[in-house]
Design a binder for this molecule. Structure first.
Ligand SMILES: CCCCC/C=C\CCCC/C=C/C(=O)SCCNC(=O)CCNC(=O)[C@H](O)C(C)(C)COP(=O)(O)OP(=O)(O)OC[C@H]1O[C@@H](n2cnc3c(N)ncnc32)[C@H](O)[C@@H]1OP(=O)(O)O
Length: 299
């Protein structure tokens, strides 16, 4: 199995160091006779059906699929590989961790680190979102677990969302509950999905919706029994892939470009905003208290 380490070039001429060992050769992946391929990487599992042109990315960053810098690095590389490989027209996003889609940003990346680290981290968050939001592939989120904040953003950036019908699987942008603020582009994506009034309400109160509420407000497109999430995602994908790619892709771009451009034109300022916000003593304190509460919950 090949081990690739190198530099990943990000937008704005910046680079993110691809840590040695995080990407374990996709090319060495098992290839079945039925057109199924499996890429192997440490935190991101990629299964694909070459014949159908559909790949499935399973987040595998236990215990809660937090969006750590290492996870994001692997994820971006996987996305790029799939995006550049014209075999794949559709991508299903789901989780390999039982009961958790993604706990969102990794709070440990935002606590007690230096300014350069915060900047690197935020650039990776931006990059992940831009790649997801502007993907030429059809993206279906098969949400098989809790999906707060950054986890919710990943789902919202897909073209279609299927959520498992389990009241423990709440989804929403809960940033205010942590004493932090969802950045404008998180807000824009939420507004595009559920409308301005509902987004204002949800954002100010940091609402986490149970499945039936999420369906009602339009945050997800379908709620299905837990054991039908993957099969539903697959049949939705088949429906979407019946549309000619060029027409669907141009339409997607027409709908999303302005929102993405809004960030692209002020990426550096957005990074500086994040760095100065998150490094404030009061914000550091809020995040630490929140992390401590999460830890104590168990005892
Ligand atoms: C005005 C200018 C503004 C500019 C921008 C400024 C600010 C930036 C805003 C950035 C936007 C932020 C987005 C985010 O995504 S913030 C993260 C929000 N996430 C959460 O609130 C989720 C917190 N986690 C949970 O609610 C639960 O863990 C759960 C996901 C529902 C799973 O519950 P359960 O299965 O019971 O697991 P535990 O709670 O026991 O957790 C297991 C261990 O995982 C640790 N953990 C959980 N979440 C995170 C996380 N997000 N990051 C890091 N670590 C996390 C938890 O502490 C446990 O650790 P332990 O085993 O060591 O105790």
């Amino acid at each position: 199995m090949a081990l690739v380490a190198g530099r990943k070039t990000f937008a704005a001429g910046k680079t993110l160091l691809l840590r040695a060992g995080v990407w374990l050769g996709a090319e060495a992946a098992a290839r079945g006779g039925n057109g199924a391929r499996r890429f192997v990487s440490q935190r991101v599992l990629v299964e694909s059906d070459v014949t159908a042109g559909i790949a499935t990315i399973k987040f595998k960053n236990p215990p809660v699929n937090s969006l750590s810098l290492e996870f994001l690095t692997e994820f971006i590389i996987c996305l790029e590989k799939l995006e550049n490989d014209k075999t794949y027209r559709g991508l299903i996003l789901t989780s390999d961790c039982p009961g958790i889609f993604s706990a969102g940003l990794d709070l440990r990346e935002m606590c007690g680190k230096n300014l350069a680290h915060y900047a690197e981290y935020w650039r990776a968050i931006q990059e992940t979102w831009l790649k997801l939001y502007l993907s030429n592939m059809v993206l279906v989120a098969a949400i098989n677990g809790a999906s707060p904040a950054g986890g919710c953003l990943m789902a919202l950036s897909s073209d279609y969302r299927v959520l498992a019908d389990n009241p423990r699987y709440r989804i929403g942008l809960n940033e205010t509950l942590l004493g932090i603020v969802a950045p404008f582009w998180f807000k824009d994506v939420l507004v595009n999905t559920i409308g301005h009034r509902a987004a204002e309400h949800a954002l100010q109160l940091g609402l986490l919706f149970q499945p039936t509420e999420a369906l009602q407000v339009g945050m997800v497109d379908q709620v299905v029994p837990e054991d039908q999430v993957q099969s539903t995602a697959l049949s939705v994908m088949t429906e979407w892939l019946a549309i000619p790619d060029h027409a669907r892709q141009l339409t997607k771009s027409m709908m999303r470009k302005a929102t993405a451009d809004n960030l692209i034109k002020q990426r550096e300022a957005d990074i500086q905003n994040f760095v100065s916000f998150v490094s404030r003593d009061s914000i550091q304190k809020s995040l630490q208290v929140y992390l401590e509460k999460l830890k104590q919950k168990k005892h």
